[in-house]
Design a protein around this ligand. Structure first.
Ligand SMILES: Cc1ncc(COP(=O)(O)O)c(C=O)c1O
Length: 384
């Protein structure tokens, strides 16, 4: 029997996926709060732009780096919204933020090298490091500071094997917007080690409190910063698979070279959709932002008034990381909440050891469903 490589065998299935599959397999009424994507549909003007582009025959391969007008629009958006200065030449349009991360990790992490991951952190970073024949190394952050970035811990973990540090800001799963001084300290130390900061900023457009400048804008010299962004969360475009990698040559040039052999280019129709999302009317994006902020406020209120539940205040993204007074591992608790109470959360243990004992709730769902979800969680707490 042919077997896949160790590199592939070593990669684990995410526990978010496990919950997703369990939820799909039941026909009872569930409140699905494990899902990491906006519940809104893509704005109409974006869909219209894509349909027009398709009808006009813009259905061919584009250059590997993407269409020039979109690269310019991404550079302008990064400057205007996040104070990140980058030339259009330094922007590679990718198939979602996911491909941008994959290319960034492949470009900077070599065999046996390490990608430092402040945790709790998004599980895909470990897989991406492993696919590069390197390894993800968890650096646990502390619940006492709401899992804010502890620069000393990250810097202490740096050594000769360190090739990169991923900073997800706002964080999935905690919603934390890492403190700007801590980010600066980590980025400077990384540059001293000739390591890169991979700034995963797919949620940066959904920052409610705190500093929405990008990591590249917070440092004096952004040579060692690679910025990853996406239309997915901010513009409700997860299915279009449109993101970007931005930074200075040589990494972005090299990533552009290897993407010839990954996806060749992002979907041409999706690139035209993204152009409309970034340069067209911004009202739909503002309305979604306001809805998310309102839901964030609701979650904070419910957590504050309920005994046996706590969470660091989510400052961005659409996640709350819950500390629930319920016995068992986070996977046990998540399964029990699903089967006995009909509410689905993602087990925190899937986000690294630092996340064990916690559960991630996504508030990318209507206020009504959130209310029902919290009622069910309260019932579980009352029964415990
Ligand atoms: C932290 C984080 N980074 C990157 C991504 C990738 O998003 P996309 O590929 O849809 O742009 C996600 C998606 O859930 C995410 O949560």
């Amino acid at each position: 029997m042919p077997t896949p490589t160790a590199r592939v065998r070593d990669c684990e299935r995410s526990s978010i996926r496990v919950m997703f599959d369990l939820a799909q397999a039941t026909d009872r009424d569930l409140v699905r709060l494990e899902v990491g994507e906006p519940d809104f549909d893509t704005p109409d003007h974006v869909i219209d732009a894509a349909a027009t582009a398709a009808r006009e025959g813009k259905t061919h391969y584009t250059s590997n780096a993407g269409i020039p007008e979109l690269r310019r629009a991404i550079a302008a958006t990064l400057g205007r919204e996040h104070s990140v200065r980058v030339d259009a030449d330094g922007v590679l349009v990718t198939t979602g933020g996911m491909e941008a991360l994959h290319l960034a990790v492949l470009s900077v992490v070599g065999p046996e090298e390490e990608l430092l991951i402040p945790s709790p952190g998004w599980p895909n970073y470990w897989t991406q490091a492993r696919l590069a024949d390197g390894r993800g190394r968890e650096v646990p952050m502390s619940p006492e500071t709401g899992f804010d970035l502890d620069a000393d811990r990250v810097i202490e973990a740096m050594g000769p094997a360190t090739a990169g540090v991923v900073l997800c800001r706002p964080s999935n799963p905690t919603g934390r917007v890492y403190d700007a001084d801590a980010v600066r300290a980590v980025a400077e130390a990384a540059a001293d080690h000739d390591a890169y900061v991979i700034a995963d900023e797919v949620y940066l457009g959904l920052t409610y409190d705190g500093d929405a400048r990008g990591v590249a804008a917070l440092v004096d010299d952004a040579d060692h910063v690679l910025t990853v962004g996406s239309c997915s969360k901010r513009h409700a475009m997860t299915g279009w698979r449109l993101g970007w990698l931005a930074g200075t040559a040589p990494v972005v040039d090299e990533a552009t070279k290897i993407r010839e052999s990954t996806t060749a280019c992002a979907s041409s129709v999706a690139q035209h959709a993204a152009l409309a999302a970034l340069t067209g009317p911004q009202e739909p994006a503002h309305e979604m932002y306001e809805a998310f902020e309102q839901r964030r406020d609701y979650v904070v209120e419910r957590v504050a008034e309920t005994d046996g539940i706590d969470c660091p205040r989510p400052e961005g993204a659409f996640y709350a990381f819950l500390d629930l007074d319920l016995p068992g591992t986070s996977l046990d608790v998540a399964k029990r909440l699903l089967t006995e109470y009909g509410v689905v959360l993602a087990p925190g243990g899937g986000f690294g050891d630092a996340g064990e004992g916690w559960l991630r709730l996504s508030f990318a769902n209507s206020l009504d469903r959130l209310e029902t979800g919290f009622d069910r969680i309260e019932r579980a707490l009352a029964d415990a």
